[in-house]
Design a protein around this ligand. Structure first.
Ligand code: T5A
Length: 218
């Protein structure tokens, strides 16, 4: 299997998928696996990854002012966070030769703001180019599972927090469109995006990821 052509000394891997797919869990395990093989890894996430981007994440996930966040406003806040994140964190790490493991990236924008909220694809693409430039993932691991299964996994956390974030609060139809868009991207870009079935134990998912990476030169 060949990942996309390498653009930097480092290697850029993004994890995508519906809520509760296990991205955070698998990123940590993959970091441990790669570190044992001598790689220097950086774990980061979106929206977020810098102090400013983390503040924007807080607004996007929980708008406590009571006003309705317009879909285009949501998109632009996420794009602003991404621009900061790419320039301050991701690009420098790739230039240093590190493996960057990012929990969500621009495919989430196509899925959530595009398919989920119905924001114009042209606007999404324009902002993607402005924020990302040449910082395109070398490989994207799409952890796929039905949204109902992901909800069940994260329910305890939501009950403990006593509230849902703005995305968790969306209906099943929204999350079904999100999942479908991820799968559509994977079909469109098979060289970059690899689908891993996430509806099985964390150990099985991890083994599938490591096996899939066997012939990728990281
Ligand atoms: N967003 C983000 C956009 O709308 N547009 C964008 O452009 C971007 C970048 C981020 C939100 O922002 C939105 C999408 C998101 O809604 P978030 O809290 O980071 O918010 O949401 P998620 O990324 O979905 O994070 P989650 O924590 O909900 O899901 P993960 O990271 O996929 O799952 P994880 O590893 O935390 O696991 C969740 C629970 O399941 C268990 C874990 O122990 C944990 O309790 N678990 C499993 N249980 C059974 N079997 C397995 N295989 C399991 N793997 C993990």
């Amino acid at each position: 299997m060949n990942a996309c052509k390498r653009r930097f000394p480092g290697f850029f891997i993004t994890f995508e998928g519906p809520e509760g797919a296990g991205k955070t869990t698998q990123i940590r395990w993959l970091r441990d696996h790669l570190a044992a093989a001598g790689k220097t890894c950086l774990i980061t996430r979106e929206p977020g990854g810098t102090p400013l981007a983390e503040r924007l994440r807080g607004i996007v996930k929980h708008l406590d002012s009571g006003e309705k966040l317009q879909p285009e406003t949501e998109l632009m806040l996420i794009a602003a966070a991404r621009c900061q994140h790419v320039h301050e964190v991701i690009r420098p790490a790739l230039l240093r030769g590190e493996v960057v493991l990012c929990d969500r990236f621009y495919d989430s924008t196509a899925a959530y703001q595009g398919a989920g909220r119905g924001v114009s694809k042209t606007l999404i693409e324009t902002l993607r180019e402005a924020a990302v430039g040449d910082c395109v993932p070398d490989l994207t691991i799409l952890l796929d599972l039905p949204p109902e299964v992901g909800f069940e996994r994260t329910r305890t956390r939501q009950e403990t927090a006593g509230r849902f974030d703005r995305f968790e609060a969306e209906q099943l139809a929204f999350h079904t469109r999100v999942r479908q868009e991820f799968l559509t991207i994977a079909v469109r870009e098979p060289e970059r995006v690899r689908v891993v079935a996430a509806d099985r134990t964390p150990e099985e998912v991890s083994a599938a990821i490591r096996s899939m990476l066997n012939d990728v030169e990281i």
